[in-house]
Design a protein around this ligand. Structure first.
Ligand SMILES: C[S@@+](CC[C@H](N)C(=O)[O-])C[C@H]1O[C@@H](n2cnc3c(N)ncnc32)[C@H](O)[C@@H]1O
Length: 354
């Protein structure tokens, strides 16, 4: 079809088409399903600048960039920030075949072996672990967007090779037969690097930094808030599930991270966040709403979380002086195996406070 014959797409549709290029990563609480709704909401609000201080998989930051916003992204973990540095902050750099040959070629320039020593027999194969050490010896000599693309590719490759994408158990207990669980990690890395390369596009200037929401800059036209949902039971701890990716994003702080030597997985300690428990989430949300009171707030929240919708809308009304608009999206979760499957209706809210 020639460009003259192509249908004219409106802004949300064009942006959603761009978002199809964003590499998919399984991530607790990610909003891939809500993107069409969020795109319409963001378009209606408009503006030039946007803040995404709980960026997670980074996909909403990427949508905002595709919609023409100047986006500032942050997260209290490092590895989500590496992803948005690769695909949002980065406007034009890509990893070349030479870069890939250097990173994945197996040359360990300083004989480092922290990952092999620490995780042998626990995660991945010995060859995979040697690849990670060698790759990092090369990445440590790189700077800027190429470094970010390389780290994002390592993170995505490790996430895709781990059953269910979470590092709470060692071995392949949850092997569901997917080829990606058995692909050598260097090969997976090359695939992921190609995917990040394809995601690069030029938009307005964007920035990203690791940090707590309490230190994120205020003043954006639009602030998208997607904090962890505090469940009435269980926990929503991100480090507990993704600590390997967090370690990998910084080479375990150059090998100095406090690995818990007594644990079977050699995990990293949980990192406290006031959004992590129902005892502290209400005051954390109140402080966050107050901090960004001069921006239009778009909040994602779930019906099976604490506090309930009435409390949330009341808090936002107190801060903004008028009742927020609530959009409800029903979603059916499936639990358990096929035979014992149970279904639970959960409602996702998108709450808009102008
Ligand atoms: C529900 S997820 C965000 C999902 C994201 N919108 C997406 O679509 O992938 C919540 C994120 O908040 C981060 N987080 C938790 N506590 C935080 C805090 N105090 N400050 C900043 N980020 C925090 C977690 O690391 C996690 O990535």
């Amino acid at each position: 079809m020639s460009s003259a014959q192509q249908p004219l797409l409106d802004l949300p549709l064009r942006a959603l088409t761009q978002v199809e290029q964003y590499p998919h990563m399984r991530y607790m609480g990610s909003k891939y399903r809500l993107l069409p709704t969020l795109a319409r909401v963001f378009e209606e609000i408009g503006g030039q600048t946007a803040l995404d201080p709980f960026t997670g998989s980074g996909v909403v930051s990427y949508l905002l960039k595709a919609m023409g916003f100047e986006v500032t992204s942050s997260d209290y973990l490092n590895f989500p920030v590496a992803l948005v540095q690769a695909a949002c902050v980065n406007q034009s750099e890509r990893l070349t075949q030479d870069d890939l040959a250097r990173i994945a070629g197996g040359c360990n320039s300083d004989d480092r072996d922290f990952i092999s020593r620490t995780y042998a027999g626990r995660f991945f194969t010995p060859a995979d672990l040697r690849f990670l050490d060698a790759a990092w010896s090369q990445i440590d000599q790189m700077e800027g967007s190429k470094r970010h693309l390389a780290i994002a590719s390592l993170v995505l490759a490790a996430a895709r090779k781990q059953p269910r994408g979470v590092f709470t158990v060692t071995g392949l207990r949850y092997d569901d037969g997917r080829a990606s669980l058995h692909m050598p990690l260097d090969e997976q890395f090359r695939k992921c690097a190609a995917a990040w390369n394809d995601a690069v596009f030029e938009g307005r200037k964007c920035q990203a930094a690791q940090g707590d929401v309490a230190v994120a800059p205020s003043g954006a036209d639009l602030v998208y808030l997607d904090p962890p949902y505090a469940p009435p039971r269980d926990d929503n701890d991100y480090v507990k599930r993704y600590w390997f990716l967090e370690g990998l994003a910084t080479y375990w702080d150059s090998g100095t991270a406090p690995v818990m030597a007594q644990t079977k997985t050699r995990k990293l300690p949980k990192r406290a966040t006031p959004f992590g428990s129902k005892q502290t989430i209400v005051s954390a949300l109140a402080a966050t709403f107050d901090k960004f009171r001069d921006s239009t707030l778009v909040l994602s929240y779930g019906s099976n979380a604490v506090p309930d919708l009435d409390s949330l809308t009341g808090m936002l009304r107190d801060v903004k002086g008028s009742a927020p608009e609530v959009i409800e999206l029903t979603h059916r979760y499936h639990f358990g195996t096929h035979r014992a499957a149970t279904r639970r209706e959960a409602v996702e809210y998108v709450v808009v406070a102008s």
